[in-house]
Design a binder for this molecule. Structure first.
Ligand SMILES: *[C@@H]1O[C@H](CO)[C@@H](O)[C@H](O)[C@H]1NC(C)=O
Ligand SMILES: CC(=O)N[C@H]1CO[C@H](CO)[C@@H](O)[C@@H]1O
Length: 546
């Protein structure tokens, strides 16, 4: 068994570098209950947090310096590196959103302003009355278009020269967001997309010009979504379950979305009928988005069918391959836009957030999309972040191999428990064992001397009942929190934390509070197994006592 975890509630997971994106939610189920009931009452107590949950302390300091400078009483502010994102924040904050509750009344336009500052770099502050922070904060947390902690650190280093400057139109040249590290990264990504292809003859394949970087994985979905909306405000489709903020992004931005949350055969039939009906009504559907495989149950959609439907109905197909990851799967040819959170296994060290969107030059939508991207894309991935990812992703392949094996070793063990009627383990959700895994296997890259594809680091384990779930969770000696693809294993009570207030809605899509999502890390396999055995034993004891 590994050493007992001593990280305190709300601290970053060790080694906890300055720019860590993790938070340990505490070892016990009590925080899960609290977080699920009202995350806004828990997040402020996190000393470190996933950066979209709340601004990193360096960002908070830079924001304070800006507020001192503007001398407006009781004001709050969020910082952006581009005027585009600052304007989108204002637009979001001042408009009526579908989920507006009593405390989410829009900010009135005269109470919110964009002001520009310069320290080391130019940046934009969106300033608003402090008592409306929770409204504006929605823009910080969902689209993920704010400045990064490294941007803030670099600018804090030049605080002595902080000055306000006039807000002028976006400048075309942004060297702090497009330099040599970005170039190396683009080349590396393109080479991973080309490595061990399923179809060596497939041409053309994405080149460096087709790779666009964003400050977060969420922004790599949100921004292309907004580019398309500028052209045509059509309904989007979310096929299969998706990461919670992706669901929110489609709820909050655009004219509406249609959700097929199981991602099953039946959903495919319903999607087909929906597309046909929209066509009959003369309405154009904007895009179909799907994760491959999807959070948190690792259901993989039949993307061959999605591709057929997208072609037939002239709809863009956007696929998020973060969980499958470039090393394991080759789905470039299936997507019009391939989006990836580089924060996860590509960066791998849980200390940078970033995303990418890659256009497929073989797609019939390529010209149209390329024109859109080149018109609206503003580089916002800061140079220091690109440098860190460049360094961290050098061992992407060897780390992915370990993540794959460590996860599948745990899955095998938990599967054997699930087969034992005495055990409180009900089932395991992972592409290698899910019925929908056939769609995953179909797109795995062939083995080469350097790397054999696997099923990724993420799986969910489901217990028999709540008492067993709680016992399992409380006794599982790993860090607890969101995130995946880190060097350390993380357990997250996904459904309870995210959908506790909408459990019956979540249940329609197979999400149950008895599921715990696990992101395997790079710990020694035997030690990890020991830790899981102890947790399972605690759950079993609970079952026997009933
Ligand atoms: C997936 O979709 C393709 C294309 O429509 C179809 O040929 C195939 O049979 C589907 N796969 C399964 C297992 O249903
Ligand atoms: C089975 C396997 O590959 N396990 C690996 C899990 O990760 C650790 C740390 O990198 C490796 O030492 C193990 O070999």
């Amino acid at each position: 068994m590994s050493a007992k975890i001593t990280t305190q509630f709300g601290e970053a997971v060790p080694p906890a570098p300055r720019h860590s994106v993790t938070v340990h939610m505490g070892s016990g189920w009590d925080t899960v209950e609290k977080y699920g009931a009202d995350s806004a009452s828990v997040v402020p107590h996190f000393k470190n947090a996933y950066p979209r949950m709340k601004p990193h302390r360096d960002i908070a300091h830079l924001a304070e310096a800006v507020l001192e400078r503007v001398r407006i009483a009781d004001a709050g502010c969020f910082l952006f590196s581009s005027l585009q994102s600052a304007k989108e924040c204002v637009e979001y904050s001042t408009s009526n959103r579908r989920d507006n509750g009593a405390d989410k009344r829009p900010v009135s336009p005269e109470q919110i302003a964009i002001r520009a500052f310069f320290a080391k770099d130019l940046f934009y502050a969106v300033i608003f009355p402090l008592n409306q922070r929770s409204v504006v904060a929605g823009f910080w947390s969902t689209p993920g278009a704010g400045v990064s902690s490294r941007f803030a650190e670099a600018n804090l280093g030049r605080l002595h020269q902080l000055k306000e400057v006039p807000v002028t139109e976006e400048v075309a040249s942004r060297p702090s967001f497009d330099g040599s590290f970005h170039r190396v990264l683009r080349e590396r990504i393109v080479s991973y997309l080309q490595r061990a292809p399923l179809d060596p003859l497939q041409q053309p394949r994405p080149s460096v010009e087709d790779v666009y970087f964003y400050p977060t994985g969420m922004a790599s979905i949100y921004k292309p979504h907004t580019y398309m909306l500028k052209c045509y405000p059509g309904t989007s489709v979310l096929f299969g379950m998706a990461f919670m903020n992706t669901v929110t992004a489609f709820e909050e931005f655009g004219p509406g979305y249609k959700f097929f949350g199981l991602g099953s055969e039946e959903d495919l039939n319903d999607l087909e009928a929906f597309l046909q009906e929209e066509r009959n009504q003369g309405r154009k559907v904007q895009a179909i988005w799907a994760e491959f495989p999807a959070n948190p149950l690792l259901v993989t959609p039949n993307i061959t069918k999605l591709r057929e439907l997208a072609d037939k109905h002239d709809v863009v197909l956007g696929i998020d391959d973060t969980i499958g990851s470039w090393a394991n799967i080759d789905i470039t040819a299936m997507a019009d836009i391939l989006v990836t959170s580089m924060t996860k296994s590509f960066n791998g060290y849980a200390d940078v957030i970033a995303g990418s969107a890659i256009l497929n030059p073989a797609s019939p939508k390529y010209r149209e999309l390329k024109t859109l991207f080149d018109r609206y894309y503003v580089p916002e991935l800061y140079i220091d972040d690109a440098e860190a990812i460049e360094r961290n992703s050098r061992d992407y392949l060897s780390r992915t191999a370990k993540l794959n094996t460590n996860a599948s070793t745990l899955v095998q063990y938990l599967r054997s428990c699930a087969e034992d009627p005495e055990s409180a383990v009900h089932s395991v959700h992972y592409p290698s064992v899910n019925p929908s895994g056939i769609y995953y296997k179909r797109f795995m890259r062939p083995a080469t001397a350097e790397f054999t594809s696997g099923y990724g680091c993420l799986f969910s384990v489901e217990l028999d009942d709540m008492a067993a779930t709680q016992a399992f969770y409380d006794n599982l000696n790993v860090h607890k929190g969101v995130h995946l693809g880190a060097p350390f294993t993380l357990a997250f009570a996904y459904t309870m934390c995210t959908y506790k207030k909408r459990l019956s809605w979540a249940a329609k899509y197979g999400l149950r509070p008895t599921q715990i999502r696990i992101a395997a890390g790079l710990e020694d396999t035997e030690t990890l197994l020991e830790d899981f055995k102890i947790a399972v034993e605690a759950a079993n004891k609970c079952k026997r006592a009933e």
